[in-house]
Design a protein. Structure first.
Length: 295
């Protein structure tokens, strides 16, 4: 469990921003921080990791105090059981994949975790290769494995998949979920991809100007109504065409195009580029617009 009650004065594009967060993250959750650039998402991860010190408050993880401003407690990053994955990989170029993992292994720890992670994240064929020979997706898999070698209590993911193409991104989402579940992690993700958030997260926090303005299950937060049905897929509207008394909406779902026949009321306020959920109702596909801004 993460008990987070922190304050921090930050310099933002529009001036000084006062970040103030007070929440509890249950052990084993995979939560996402969502919001515009400058909302305080990365600063929150950095304060959890010990890379930035809050001005006030406390951070307590599984009953252990990591930070307490009043009592002048601030554990170093090395003493916090954190795995941190960035967007830019940050691998050692002169080391092979396996050597990168071995370097991250805490002193005195058994190397059995390395073999386990190589298996989970499917790095067997890459372990003797240096980073300059790897693709972006392969590098990010190594960066994820290296963060997990330390057997962290908390995994922090700062938009690790943002620069990858859709096919690789989807595969890496599966690796993250597998690792999260297999290693019983508490994971905090920063992402702007709504489909990714819905797929991965058990809870969503929307940040604005350093404060949580809404939280809950991603589908409940993003959609203006609950959706029931046998299938639900998130996609992007590419085309809206009228044919006699109905409309045909073309939706990009992952790498596939899906055409959905809808009535006029269903396309009100819908435009090209909108995020939607294609769901089922009485065996018929229906569209729901994803709400990306909160009142």
């Amino acid at each position: 469990m993460i008990e987070l009650d922190i304050g921090k004065k930050l310099r933002a594009a529009e001036g000084i921003m006062h970040l103030k967060l007070n929440t509890v993250i249950e052990k084993g959750q995979l939560i996402t921080l969502y919001g515009e650039s400058g909302a305080g998402k990365t600063s929150t991860l950095r304060m959890l990791a010990g890379l930035m010190k809050p001005d006030s408050g406390k951070i307590i993880v599984n009953g252990r105090t990591w930070f307490d401003a009043e009592n002048k407690i601030s554990l170093s990053p090395q003493k916090r059981k954190i795995g941190y994955v960035f967007q830019d990989y940050a691998l050692f170029p002169n080391m092979t994949v396996r050597e990168n993992l071995e370097f991250a292994l805490p002193k005195g720890e058994s190397d059995h975790i390395i073999a386990e992670l190589i298996n989970i994240i499917e790095l067997e064929a890459l372990q003797d290769i240096k980073p300059d020979k790897l693709s972006g997706g392969q590098k990010q898999r190594v960066a994820l494995a290296r963060a997990l070698v330390q057997q962290p209590e908390i995994l922090l993911l700062d938009e690790p998949l943002a620069a990858l193409d859709n096919k690789i991104r989807l595969k890496l989402q599966d690796y993250i979920l597998d690792a999260h579940r297999h290693l019983n992690l508490t994971t905090i993700l920063i992402s702007h991809d709504i489909g990714e958030i819905i797929k991965l997260s058990s809870k969503l926090y929307i940040l604005e100007n350093g404060k949580i303005i809404q939280q809950g299950h991603p589908e409940e937060v993003f959609m203006n109504r609950r959706i029931s049905g046998k299938f639900k897929f998130t996609g992007e509207v590419l085309k809206i065409e009228q044919e006699e008394v109905v409309y045909i909406v073309t939706v990009l779902i992952q790498s596939d195009l899906v055409k959905v026949i809808v009535q006029e009321p269903e396309i009100r306020n819908l435009k090209i580029g909108d995020k939607v959920v294609v769901a089922s109702k009485a065996f018929n596909p229906i569209l729901y617009k994803v709400e990306t801004t909160m009142d």
